[in-house]
Design a protein around this ligand. Structure first.
Ligand SMILES: [Mg+2]
Length: 227
């Protein structure tokens, strides 16, 4: 399929933005291991279940919400432990094939994550997909649930919000999409629930193709063929 023409003659490039943790890659075992290292090293008595409720927000934001001081040192421990446990991360089944199908149908792909770039980059590289933009914390703007990283990704791609869809797995992802004016699809295989009103839910990566009208005929990788 080719990009759709708009009334004003501009070309509407379809853009699929995706969260990383809980959408593209199953990093829950990594995060759980890293959080246990934090609790041991810093004597913090907060269970992983409390930490994971806030996934999707920038790390410092989560620390503030949990009432944990010295977020910088805690983040250092968390980051080192995450890297040590990175071998526990797994791609969700079928995700790579689905991303190739979107690319084959002329969609541009981007990642918007609250994971710092140094830890996100190896996971993204392993997916082997052509991401046109990757937005991580540390640049301009606020983190999710603010709309800023989604809007910045759209600016990167010179695309209108109306041309964008964001796939997330937490309520903050839903809120960020709503505030950015982009369509939201909830990854039902992820770690959290969407906010209200209930958005469309993809129960598997291949559901994304159906929900966004990407035909299987333009998805040669899904068909198991290189042609
Ligand atoms: Mg997530």
């Amino acid at each position: 399929m080719s990009p759709t023409s708009m009334d004003d003659g501009a070309v509407r490039q379809r853009v699929l933005l995706l969260d990383l943790d809980g959408v593209l890659v199953d990093t829950r075992p990594v995060m759980e291991e890293a959080w246990h290292s934090v609790t041991r090293a810093h004597g913090i008595d907060v269970p992983f279940e409390a930490y994971e409720q806030h996934l999707g927000r920038p790390f410092d934001d989560i620390m503030a919400r949990l009432g944990i001081a010295d977020a910088g040192r805690v983040h250092e421990t968390y980051s080192q432990a995450s890297q040590a446990a990175s071998h526990l991360a797994r791609h969700f089944n079928g995700m790579t094939e689905v991303l190739h199908a979107f690319a084959a149908a002329d969609w541009r792909l981007g990642i918007v994550t609250s994971k710092p770039l140094n830890r996100a980059a190896p996971l993204i590289a392993q997916l082997g997909c052509p991401f046109a933009t990757v937005r991580t914390p540390g640049g301009p703007g606020r983190g999710k649930p603010a709309p800023d990283p989604l809007l910045l990704a759209l600016v990167d791609l010179a695309a209108d919000p109306a041309c964008g869809t964001y796939v997330g797995d937490m309520e903050v992802d839903h809120e960020a999409a709503r505030r950015a004016g982009v369509r939201y699809l909830h990854a039902g295989w992820g770690y959290g629930r969407p906010g209200t009103p209930t958005p469309a839910i993809a129960h598997s990566p291949s559901d994304l193709l159906q929900l966004l009208d990407v035909s299987d005929e333009s998805a040669p990788f899904v068909a198991g063929s290189l042609l």
